[in-house]
Design a protein around this ligand. Structure first.
Ligand code: HEM
Length: 282
């Protein structure tokens, strides 16, 4: 029941994000000019605290007196209980933990599911790529195997290439979270003054013909040339579906693993086709 409640709340929150963006433009004035939106946001936040604070308290109580090593895994929320804010010399308050847990859901659910939908759509649009992937899986997994596991996924370079190609062409986040420059920076010949906001156009970078040959073509093979492509951008930055640098998505490895796991297992068990109509997307 609680899981369903969290799911409903997250859905309400995520489907309203676009409405709330305008409140960021003029934080002081916004709540008066857009009173209804401000009230909606306040109500959502209240509902979130009402639902999540008791769960956080319950987890804290359950954890007391227990040895961490006895648990099979370390829950995200436990790491927040222990966090010490050095500059302010304090621990996180419960309401701050609510925000961070909610951010975890917001950042981690829609992104992965959108990426998965695009990968599967691309496999349906390009059946020869789906066939090639199936052959790769067949070369690694024994007949009759029900579930493809992590150790097998590592032996599938074409699977990884498909996922990277889909993230290049159809990144779930078209922009990064807004970043602020901490000093004057010259970017591509333009001065970005200190404290200004920079919005990175992730999707445009993946379609840039100066960086990618025939960028609109869906061609996973491009990621098989020159060894392992470095998605974290430490060597060069040609795309950034997860961002790069200090604020890069902290879960990019987990997300890649999830995507590999779902795609490989789906293609292993089913053949995906478009019935009747053409795949009408670029
Ligand atoms: C395909 C899946 C995913 C994509 C494409 C993705 C992409 C991103 C991007 C672009 C950012 C912003 C980086 C920046 O602004 O520089 C971000 C941040 C973040 N992501 Fe992901 N993400 C994915 C999956 C996940 C998952 C599964 C989780 C958690 C389990 C997660 C947790 C986060 C968090 C907590 C942040 C905020 C980090 C911060 O505030 O600095 N993401 N992600």
């Amino acid at each position: 029941m609680k899981i369903q409640d969290i799911k409903n709340l997250q859905r309400r929150l995520q489907s309203s994000f676009d409405e709330f963006k305008v409140l960021n433009l003029f934080p002081c004035l916004g709540k008066f000019v857009f009173l209804k939106r401000w009230e909606k946001l306040r109500q959502l936040r209240q509902d979130q605290e009402k639902l999540m604070v008791p769960l956080i308290k319950a987890r804290k109580a359950m954890r007391e007196g227990k040895n961490e090593k006895d648990e099979p895994f370390l829950p995200y929320v436990d790491t927040l209980f222990d966090l010490q804010l050095k500059e302010e010399n304090r621990k996180l308050e419960e309401k701050e933990i609510v925000t961070l847990c909610s951010e975890f859901f917001t950042a981690g659910i829609d992104t992965t599911s959108t990426a998965l939908e695009w990968i599967m759509a691309n496999l349906m649009k390009h059946p020869h790529i789906q066939d090639k992937l199936f052959k790769e899986i067949k070369g690694v997994v024994s007949d009759g195997e029900v579930e493809i596991k992590d150790e097998d996924l590592r032996k599938m370079p074409y699977l990884r290439a498909i996922i990277l190609e889909s993230l290049r062409r159809h990144p779930p986040s078209h922009f990064l979270i807004p970043h602020t420059v901490t000093k004057d920076v010259v970017l591509g010949g333009f001065l970005v003054p200190k404290n200004n906001i920079v919005i990175f156009m992730v999707v445009e970078m993946g379609r840039n013909p100066n960086l990618w040959e025939n960028p609109m073509e869906f061609k996973p093979e491009r990621f098989l040339i020159n060894g392992d492509f470095d998605i974290s951008g430490t060597k060069e930055i040609k795309m950034m579906p997860f961002g790069v640098g200090k604020r890069m998505c902290p879960a990019y490895r987990l997300a890649m693993l999830h995507l590999k796991y779902f795609v490989a297992n789906l293609v292993w068990h089913f053949n995906f086709n478009v019935l009747g109509r053409r795949c009408g997307f670029d």
